[in-house]
Design a protein around this ligand. Structure first.
Ligand code: SF4
Ligand code: SF4
Ligand code: SF4
Length: 476
């Protein structure tokens, strides 16, 4: 067992407001620069929809992540020979049109125009060319229209639904959407690191944060092509690639990343996980239906004496182990099995997990399925969520949704009183959830203070181990 420590995160989608505060905060701190105008290291998409860049989930189009055609795990974006041929032009890279052409407004028109009969207007101006432009796309162009046929039907996850499910979702009274905030996943098997011919990308040894060394980057953009989440970006001014740095200067000072700190919905949790690095090749190459279970299994129990001993042998400080024991991410992902990775089938082993959203609550008298409908009658079809968060494993998503719903029933029986305690108890029992666990889930989800949502380990650089060296290029 080769124990490593990883800063990992959870987004609770049932709480996301779609307010974009997170995106704006990151933009103001990190990408408010020339050449970075179109970059949103944190973006918030509306689903079902096409996302940013458009159709990023479609790996037939972008060829990101890993594949396992003959039992051997390899990058989809390149082989040893194609890496050479594509070095000056990679046909699978997103174009500016796939992101959007960033714009500003001619604000002076509003403040400095001479008095006239008509209101002055501020026309959009391209931040690339400096000329007037027609705005045709944006980083969340789907916003709030995502459930509508125009956008939803182009969502790659839409394809898994039956014609009846698609038709039912488009019934006007059943239209539904939810928000999907995205940052870099700081993956355990990062395709971006494996694809870089310059060795500029590395996974930081002490906490697993994936970074790009700006001095070593030669702008080949192989990382952009290889990342299936399209979370590395090319800066057209500097000629180098950039990505989310998980706000490591803030983490080193014991502060939560800026987009976490500022989130008014309090949907974001950060904590350390211990994992077994020896298992990375095996788990990344696991059969599709095994991916969720294997991914969870490689996360180690920080209370186990054997794990604590192995962590010490790997040079992990006791303070980090203690932080792992208090980690909200460990609770949501491993203990409670509520949080799931986004598109685990890309096989990068993401370390950002999502608690899938419940569908809108409707009253018990209408034609819909009542306040606590069976998960198979949710407005957001189970198959759609399973395609996003579980490589099609509906059971994993069903368990998470049922448990969330059971906790709601438990609280409703306790506080509103219109639900029999026996009904709530049987719902908890169906997900092997005790009353104590339900109370703990409720408190961490709804009432937690910042120091419970953000459990940041003290960073001990002096004891760091070279995780980056363990990732062989093209073959983890
Ligand atoms: Fe790399 Fe994973 Fe981040 Fe993509 S999401 S940039 S593969 S670490
Ligand atoms: Fe931006 Fe920091 Fe959030 Fe990454 S963690 S998306 S760098 S604000
Ligand atoms: Fe708003 Fe938080 Fe959702 Fe971002 S993650 S859109 S800040 S609620």
């Amino acid at each position: 067992m080769d124990v490593r420590a990883q800063i990992a995160t959870v987004f609770h989608l049932d709480k996301c407001l779609g307010c974009h505060t997170c995106s704006v905060v990151c933009k103001n701190i990190w990408t408010d620069r020339k050449g970075a105008e179109y970059m949103w290291w944190n973006n918030v998409e509306t689903k079902p929809g096409t996302g940013y860049p458009i159709l990023w989930e479609d790996q037939e189009k972008y060829k990101g992540g890993w594949e396992k055609p003959n039992g051997e795990l390899r990058l989809r974006s390149q082989s040893k020979t194609s890496a050479l041929f594509n070095i000056f032009h990679n046909p699978n890279l997103p174009s500016l049109d796939d992101y959007y052409e960033p714009w500003t407004y001619d604000y002076k028109q509003l403040t400095d125009s001479a008095p006239a009969d008509d209101q002055p207007t501020a026309r959009p101006i391209s931040m690339i060319t400096g000329k007037h432009m027609d705005v045709e796309a944006g980083p969340n162009w789907d916003d709030d229209l995502a459930g509508s046929p125009v956008y939803a039907s182009r969502d790659p996850n839409w394809a898994v639904l039956s014609p009846e499910q698609k038709k039912a979702m488009f019934a006007v009274e059943r239209l539904v959407f939810f928000h999907l905030p995205r940052t870099c996943n700081h993956c355990l098997n990062p395709a971006c690191v494996a694809a870089c011919p310059s060795g500029a990308l590395h996974k930081r040894s002490e906490d697993g944060i994936v970074l790009i060394d700006q001095d070593r980057c030669r702008g080949w953009r192989h990382c952009v092509a290889a990342c299936p989440y399209k979370k590395t970006y090319f800066n057209w001014e500097t000629g180098k690639s950039e990505k989310c740095i998980l706000c490591f200067p803030r983490l080193e000072a014991g502060e939560a990343p800026a987009c976490f700190h500022s989130c008014p919905g309090r949907i974001r949790f950060v904590g350390v996980l211990l994992y077994d690095a020896d298992r990375i090749p095996e788990v990344a190459g696991a059969a599709r239906e095994q991916l969720i279970e294997q991914h969870r299994a490689m996360i180690l129990d920080p209370f186990s004496p054997e794990v604590i001993r192995a962590a010490r042998n790997s040079g992990i400080h006791d303070d980090v182990v203690e932080a792992a024991q208090r980690s909200p991410v460990f609770k949501f992902v491993k203990q409670w099995k509520l949080a799931l990775p986004l598109h685990i089938e890309f096989r990068t082993l993401p370390m950002l997990f999502y608690i899938p959203p419940l569908s809108p609550v409707v009253d018990g008298n209408g034609s819909d399925a009542g306040m606590f409908p069976d998960t198979d009658r949710f407005r957001i079809p189970l198959g759609y969520l399973a395609s996003l968060f579980a490589a099609g494993n509906e059971e994993a998503v069903r368990y998470s949704l049922r448990k969330q719903q059971a906790v709601r029933q438990f609280r409703r029986a306790a506080t509103v009183g219109d639900l029999a305690a026996e009904t709530a108890a049987s719902s908890l029992a169906a997900t092997d959830c005790t009353a104590e666990e339900a109370e703990a889930i409720y408190r961490l989800t709804a009432l937690s203070a910042a120091n419970e949502r953000f459990v940041i380990p003290p960073l001990h650089r002096e004891t760091s181990i070279q995780t980056g060296a363990a990732i062989e290029r093209g073959n983890p």
